[in-house]
Design a protein around this ligand. Structure first.
Ligand SMILES: [Mn+2]
Length: 353
């Protein structure tokens, strides 16, 4: 298979072992990061070397980083932003030195993702992450003390308020400006070291609590790719994140960006969209949610996609406990489903050529 099948691993604290991951048929790459330093700090070479060795010892390759987090001061364009950009570039160089080929990041203000519940039980007893507008209604982080799951607990409520206010003043155009500065600095370094930078879309792809969000739809992805027109400036196309808004036609967008060779990394998962814009993460199979996974994979195969791809969030099934969305079993089922789909579509394509 041309695509490089990968799996996210959260390091030694991850309840899923590298050995178990290596037992998934076709598994090739580990997607991970250095977790022992804060955003804005340089990653230790010992940590990278150790990660590389642990993967190799299990027959896996550590060549995808998710993520090198972008410090809020870079996104806000304030304080010591130039120094922080230097650190960011140094981290790319260090990752490259240990074999990393693809670095994922996002440019979302304050929160990486928003859900209202992480363990919503389905009828079959499995649990998954959901976002229900019913549960969001009336919440105002500028007034109330709110703690949504997944939000960085290291912020105090007053810090969160200060950040939300600062982003409100910055607005979408201000965020674009700071993203442009980031790309103009970082992409030439990535090019030099043979790394493809892959921006993860905003999850969900619309403003929440008035925070500006820009990596959200086709027009904005086009605008993003033009800022620095280089394969090193590419997408981490997440079907679940972009797909939880009805305005995104996911198979069509995958086809378009795969054809342009601007997808460095695919995150494939399914979501079930509800009438009021709420959504539930579901099993990977097309029939389980609103995404047509067949059309998505076909768009990739038709364009000879040879980038990285991982099954994204799974449900918790078979009594497994652990990090919500990142259990072994359902993601392994996702990987196996995707393997089957790729094998069938690639063989079919070869026959017709
Ligand atoms: Mn994703």
């Amino acid at each position: 298979m041309k695509m490089k099948l990968s799996f996210r691993w959260y390091g030694e604290s991850d309840p899923v072992s590298l050995q178990y991951i290596s037992q998934i048929p076709g598994m090739r790459s580990i997607v991970s990061a250095v977790y022992d330093v804060k955003p804005g700090e340089v990653w230790g070479e010992e940590s990278l070397a150790k990660m590389k060795k642990q993967c190799e010892d299990n027959g896996l390759v550590f060549d995808v980083v998710e993520s090198i987090p972008v410090h809020e001061d870079i996104k806000l364009g304030r304080n010591n932003v130039d120094e922080l950009l230097e650190v960011y570039c140094e981290n790319i160089r260090r990752c490259a030195k240990y074999g990393v080929k693809c670095v994922t990041y996002n440019f979302m203000p304050v929160f990486d993702w928003t859900r209202t519940q992480l363990d919503k039980p389905a009828k079959d007893g499995s649990t998954s992450l959901v976002m229900y507008w019913e549960q969001m209604k009336g919440l105002d982080p500028l007034k109330d003390d709110i703690h949504l799951p997944g939000w960085d607990a290291s912020y105090t409520q007053s810090e969160v308020r200060e950040l939300i206010t600062a982003y409100g003043e910055l607005g979408e155009e201000g965020l674009w400006k700071n993203l442009t500065k980031f790309l103009e600095k970082v992409i030439p370094v990535a090019e030099e070291c043979g790394v493809r930078m892959a921006i993860h879309p905003d999850d969900p792809p619309y403003p929440i609590f008035g925070l500006p969000r820009i990596i959200t739809n086709e027009a904005n992805l086009d605008r993003f790719l033009k800022i620095v027109d280089s394969p090193a400036n590419s997408l981490c196309f997440c079907t679940g994140s972009l797909g939880c808004a009805k305005f995104n036609d996911i198979p069509r967008m995958v086809r378009k960006y795969a054809e342009m060779d601007r997808i460095a990394f695919m995150h494939i998962r399914n979501v079930r969209l509800l009438d009021d814009g709420s959504f539930e993460e579901s099993g990977h199979l097309s029939a389980c949610g609103s995404m047509d996974i067949y059309e998505i994979v076909k768009a990739l195969v038709d364009n000879d996609f040879d980038g990285y791809l991982r099954p994204d969030h799974g449900r918790m099934i078979w009594g497994e406990t652990g990090k919500p969305g990142y259990g072994l079993y359902d993601r392994a089922l996702g990987a196996t489903y995707l393997n089957g789909m790729f094998e069938a579509l690639e063989k079919e394509k070869a026959k017709n050529e």
